[in-house]
Design a protein around this ligand. Sequence first.
Ligand SMILES: [Zn+2]
Length: 450
Amino acid sequence: MSLTDVLAKVESNSEKALELLKEYCRFPSISAHKRAQPETAALVRRILGENGFEAREYPTEGGPNVVFGQLVVDEKKPTLLMYEHYDVQPTDPVNEWKRDPFDPVVEDGKFWARGCGDTKGNLIAQLLAVQAWREVEGAPPINLKFVVEGEEEVGSPHFGSFVEANKEILKADGATIEGGDHLHDGRPKIELGCKGTLYVELVSRTAKVDQHSMYAPIAPNPGWRLIHALNTLRDQRGRVTIPGWLEDARRPTPREIRYLKASGFKAQALKEFWGATDLLGGDNDFELLRRLVYWPTCTICGFESGYTGEGTKTVNPAVAKVKLDFRILPNMRSDKQLVKLQDHLKAKGFSDIEVVYKDHLDPSAISRNARVVKACLKGSVDVYGHEADVWPWSPGASANGFFNEVVGVPSISGPGVSYDGSNYHAPNENIRLADFVGGAKHMAAMIGRF
Ligand SMILES: [Zn+2]
């Protein structure tokens, strides 16, 4: 059977693919610092070309090039689109890295380099899958497209206008966004969408200038003012307490709950990675997973007021600011939630606190019955012997919503090469070699099952 041969070919070509991944990861393509963008885009175009894709770079107004490639085998056959990004996160805190982030090494059964998990490893694994099909069968059984941008890690400021201008070429019957993780035990995980975000800053200004703290009995304090307001947004158990906050949210279906119950999710592994003392919500893995997926959040990302340097300074500050990140569920809309937040603060007597909108990404989720989901699950049975863990959406934000709604292509996160210890956005980013080969095989099988 050809799929067996294709999977064997993925395995035997994997060493060479890791060498290519090293080459790719040597480019310090940190989008926040606008580093190595043209060279990295050129490498992506080159390797797409080497794997039979008709590839070109599309300039963006004020941003780095987007690389697009397509391999059309038969117009009548379905098309799978794969979205990746060639940029990476900055490397700070640099002194916590045990190895040079841009000098990739294979050690302890893992591949270490900035960007290997997020998401350079996915592109190389996907190309490894395509290459195996071409070597065994002459061509993959479906049409394939890649779109690889260079600014995902800074919020894709120019990708939207690229998509608007090039909607036609992105048409497809399904898409994979970056890649899915593996759970700690090696089980692949896919997500059918993502939560959204609403990011705001709350500002309390209680005076024109800072004052000596001896005036505190009569001078208002903006830090306390914010703390009192914040206390009305979330309770100690982590529930968002803004009235009507969840009224539009999509509710869990019995089928989704069945899938979550069968999940191999282990909260203990995360707790150990983080070195966290406790987790919110007890110690039952299913309950924690349900919470992770179905709970909205209100997170204090940073709080700034007064003096926080060495020693002491007796000051009653004039201003306090807090950065808040709300994660919202499919069917909730960030603009509507923002109004709810503003109305709530007013109703609680905090109309003096300024709510500054910073950013948003709307949530999205597709059906378990979509072609792209079915192909991915069949592919996981072929490779891993069982279905992937299916999460109705990711607890994080991703480009899923953008692809579902703006591009109009049902999209999922998966298959992928990373795992829950990949340390994305953190020092010592790594992927396990077994997940790299597993992810590439999963992609090869999914292409066969699409
Ligand atoms: Zn990232």
